[in-house]
Ligand binder design. Structure first.
Ligand SMILES: Nc1nc2c([nH]c(=O)n2[C@H]2C[C@H](O)[C@@H](COP(=O)(O)OP(=O)(O)OP(=O)(O)O)O2)c(=O)[nH]1
Length: 130
């Protein structure tokens, strides 16, 4: 299963983290915002769609820069391993809000590393260079 996620980085070098809905898989853990790539969708288009749905911001595909990836075991009921592609993004329109999740917060990378992160987001965080 292919997942895409974004490290939104503001002018002060802070990154936006998203807290997953409590009732979902890894509920309450923090992650880079994003979600599943649908059939016949490009990763960049999927990420722009997920950021609009989840945060209410508009992102141009050209503003998404590939950063790193992480892989994990298949989810229960699926045989396909989880692959997450992380992009950095420094330009968007609108103010990010938690439209679907529990919360969003801006933090320095050092602060973000101390959040209770979803397992694959721990790997992404360790590989992210901004
Ligand atoms: N960000 C992140 N996602 C993970 C990890 N491990 C893991 O299995 N996933 C899976 C869970 C979700 O199915 C998917 C994230 O996509 P999503 O946020 O759109 O999925 P969701 O739980 O809202 O599921 P759905 O209601 O859309 O079906 O990636 C992880 O460590 N970090």
């Amino acid at each position: 299963m292919l997942i895409v996620a974004a490290a939104l980085i503001d002018g002060a070098g802070q990154v936006l983290m998203h807290r997953r809905p409590l009732a979902k898989h890894h509920g309450g853990l923090w992650e880079f915002p994003g979600g599943k790539v649908e059939k016949n969708e490009s990763p960049q288009a999927a990420l722009a769609r997920e950021l609009a749905e989840e945060l209410g911001i508009r992102v141009d595909s050209a503003a998404l820069e590939p950063a790193c990836f992480a892989t994990g075991a298949a989810l229960p009921g699926s045989e396909a391993p989880v692959v997450i592609l992380l992009y950095t993004c420094r330009k968007w329109a609108g103010e990010p809000q938690a439209l679907e999740g529990e919360a969003v917060r801006w933090c320095s990378l050092a602060e973000a590393e101390l959040l209770q992160l979803a397992p694959l987001d721990v790997d992404l965080m360790g590989r992210l260079r901004v």
